[in-house]
Ligand binder design. Structure first.
Ligand code: HEC
Length: 106
């Protein structure tokens, strides 16, 4: 019997929550591209890739400006494969992924 009373209470509590609380934050498109393609190398620094969140490694790269970084990442640069090896990515997606990485060293 108790459960019969409890269930509607629980439901209305859940409904009230879902109405008042903002939806959980979605990962940005740049973060999604990063996780899908760039992370394999840029999380741990494979072959010297500048590591996510590592200020020292990113500082000297940042100085070139975002446009040069996007160009290098799109065309390939040293041991960095063009588009991180994912030909399906657009230049905009590359840019968003770089902006995401740069946002972690601001
Ligand atoms: C297979 C490993 C690998 C993947 C995957 C990869 N990178 Fe890199 N990346 C590197 C390496 C290695 C370097 C350092 C290259 C050098 O300085 O010789 C680098 C350097 C860079 C740089 C700095 C370029 C510069 O001018 O200093 C940027 C920006 C970058 N990567 C963006 C990305 C983005 C965006 C992705 C995903 C779309 C990605 N990388 C995926 C290995 C990778």
């Amino acid at each position: 019997m108790k459960a019969l009373i409890f269930i509607p209470l629980l439901l209305s509590a859940l409904l009230a929550c879902s109405k008042s609380e903002p939806p959980p934050p979605k990962p940005s498109p740049g973060e999604l591209v990063f996780k899908g393609t760039c992370k394999v190398c840029h999380a741990q620094g494979i072959n010297g890739a500048p590591i996510l969140g590592n200020k020292v490694m990113w500082d000297k790269r940042k100085g070139q400006g975002i446009d040069t970084l996007v160009k290098h990442a799109s065309e390939g640069y040293g041991l960095m494969p063009a588009k991180g090896g994912n030909e399906a990515l657009t230049e905009d997606e590359i840019r968003m992924a770089i902006q995401y990485m740069l946002s972690k060293v601001e």
